[in-house]
Write a protein that binds this ligand. Structure first.
Ligand code: ATP
Ligand code: ATP
Length: 568
């Protein structure tokens, strides 16, 4: 029998800064060599559990533990953080907080410098992991100048070079493009099998993690473990839906066709799932759905013409680039990590100046407008909320834009409270921001921008790090703003489900410019574009192909059905 790697024995935990415990009576054993996925709604305590495994709690974050946590035979409370770090390598959801080096290479080598590894060996290992993760060309760059996905991979390489017994990933997919996400999950699986290490993954993107085998799924809710099952057993229960977590998309399609999950076999993958008369039942369902309609034409809001830009010493990211964003668009901008999506939004908001070209907003030439003037019309919400937050209290942060514009107090109070309610943050309004989870912080930054009533909202990964319930409420909220208030949305995203279900138009950015500008379902049924832009086909496409149905019609019908359900 295999030995335990991690044992939680009747563990309760309370942060010193919190009035109530965050974890309640956690009993959990993870054996050496196991691969375990931890899922649960935002704020359910997943990262807290992770911090008890790598010793950040109690060594760096103060709080009260009762019960006992043992990692590789060591009591977490009495072992030193250094000893624990030799056993547990952690990749965090917020890679910025992990960087210490001046260059990407130094950063990756940091853990080994601590262990006094010889120079030559260090260089080889850094090169090897950087190449495996596709960041070999960024080794000389400052970690701060990397794109979101490149940062995530740098953090991952920094942990992998250290070769611990336990690898802990806290939302490893959050910033990765779909193809890189797939590769990371395959890479984690490969490491797990080759090195025999224990792997613990905390992640909201269940379907993507389950693309590779997982031994067990631990489900958390409100600080407790409410399920500890094989993925097969878990997917057959309605538990995920009941607690506001998302099932894989192919299961939603099966559900629409009225198939009972208990009648299925091979449920953990779209490639293996079977049920009696599956093909016929899906086909019958599709025939009964109304025919797909194309969206109507819209008027231009932002016209970008002949834009050229490259960072000093870097390659040209945009070369005679044209794009028109229409009034009322719910536009998804997708493409490979590092292709220039964030840079494009910075060119629009004025944080970065173009080398040449013109941008017209309505009838205003943006070149005549300061960053602040642009911010009145164009709201920009960054990928990492920590980079946007400057105040200690939530209310003050959300009020900041209005305060800076000299708005009177009564109006500020009304607008801030409105925005907080819309974003589900009203109950927390007097909390310090530091006590919020990543997903909650993200909503604070969105609330701040909404108080300014912008015409165009640019959202860089609006739902990264949020569970499905918050994701859905955020996206419905954005969709409602788009439909009812006519706010145009530019969504920069790697989330193909978000794009399919909420965007009305997708622009696929490639290294040579726009690869495709089309309806979302169209994009994901074009294999060459998927490959070129590092996207990933959805499980609806795969299911349709397996069942001999038209992938575009099938995908469009499932999505149309979902949209309709949302609007009743
Ligand atoms: N450093 C901290 N100090 C005080 N309270 C904290 C701290 N970190 C987290 N909490 C609180 O603990 C609760 C659980 O947070 P945690 O980050 O563990 O949840 P999570 O399940 O990982 O959420 P998410 O999916 O949003 O990342 C939250 O309500 C949060 O307010
Ligand atoms: N300040 C900077 N100085 C130099 N190079 C930069 C800077 N910011 C970004 N880059 C580089 O420009 C390229 C485009 O980065 P950008 O962040 O726009 O990509 P992205 O498409 O948003 O990526 P991701 O999907 O990973 O977030 C990357 O190769 C990045 O390393």
């Amino acid at each position: 029998m295999s030995k335990p790697a991690i044992i939680f024995d009747h563990v309760n935990y309370q942060y010193d800064s919190q009035a109530e415990p965050t974890l309640h009576d956690i009993n959990l054993t993870i054996n050496q060599g196991e691969k375990v996925l931890i899922i649960g709604p935002s704020g359910s305590g997943k990262s807290t559990l992770g911090s008890l495994i790598n010793g950040l709690i109690p060594h760096a974050i103060p709080g009260k533990i009762t019960g006992k946590v043992t990692v590789m035979g060591q009591d977490v409370e009495s072992a030193s953080l250094f000893d624990l770090s030799l056993h547990v390598g952690t990749v965090l959801q917020d890679p910025d907080s992990q960087f210490v080096g001046l260059t990407t290479a130094e950063d990756i080598a940091f853990a080994m410098e601590n262990d006094a590894t010889p120079q030559a060996k260090m260089k080889t290992r850094v090169q090897q992991w950087a190449t495996t993760l596709g960041i070999q060309n960024q080794l000389g760059q400052s970690p701060q100048a990397l794109s979101g996905g490149q940062k995530q991979r740098t953090a991952m390489a920094g942990v992998l070079v250290d070769e611990g017994d336990i690898l802990l990933f806290d939302e490893p997919l959050a910033a990765l493009d779909p193809a890189a996400g797939k590769q990371s999950i395959a890479l984690i699986d490969d490491l797990h099998r080759r090195l025999g290490v224990t792997v613990v993954i905390i992640e909201h993107r269940l379907e993507e993690v389950l693309a590779q085998p997982v031994d067990r799924v631990i489900v958390m809710q409100e600080g407790r473990i409410i399920a500890n099952e094989t993925p097969e057993a878990l997917l057959k229960t309605p538990l995920l839906r009941q607690i506001g977590l998302r099932e894989p998309l192919y299961l939603e399609a099966l559900d629409l066709a009225g198939i009972d999950f208990n009648d299925t076999t091979g449920i953990t993958s779209v490639n293996t799932i079977e049920a009696p008369h599956l093909k016929q039942r899906l086909g019958d369902w599709l025939t009964g759905e109304p025919e797909h309609k194309k969206p109507a034409g819209l008027k231009p809001l932002l016209q970008i013409t002949d834009l050229t830009f490259g960072y000093p010493k870097g390659p040209k990211l945009f070369n005679h680039f044209d794009l028109t964003i229409n009034r009322g668009d719910m536009l998804a901008l997708v493409g490979e990590n590092g292709v220039g999506k964030t840079t494009l939004s910075q060119l629009i908001t004025g944080f970065v100046k173009p080398d040449a070209g013109k941008m017209t907003f309505g009838d205003v030439d943006l070149a005549t407008q300061s960053v602040k003037e642009r911010a009145d019309k164009i709201g920009y919400i960054m990928q990492d909320p920590n980079q946007m937050i400057s105040k200690i209290k939530i209310f003050d942060e959300v009020a900041l834009g209005l305060t800076l514009r000299g708005v009177d107090e009564a109006t500020i109070k009304a607008k801030v409270e409105d925005a907080l309610k819309i974003c589900g943050l009203y109950p927390f309004r007097n909390w310090p921001i530091s006590a919020l989870s990543f997903g909650q912080k993200k909503r604070v930054t969105i609330a701040s921008i909404l108080t300014l009533s912008p015409q165009l909202l640019i959202l860089d990964e609006p739902t990264a790090g949020q569970d499905w319930r918050h994701y859905t409420s955020m996206m419905r909220f954005l969709e409602k703003l788009n439909r009812d208030s006519g706010i145009t949305m530019l969504l920069i995203t790697h989330d193909m489900h978000l794009m399919l279900e909420y965007a009305t138009r997708t622009v696929v950015l490639g290294h040579t410019g726009i690869l495709l500008d089309a309806e979302p379902a169209k994009v994901l049924t074009e294999p060459t574009i998927i490959k070129q832009a590092h996207l990933a086909e959805t499980s609806l496409y795969t299911l349709a192909e397996r069942m001999g149905l038209d992938p575009f019609e099938f995908t469009a019908a499932v999505i149309a059905h979902e949209r309709q359900e949302r609007h009743v």
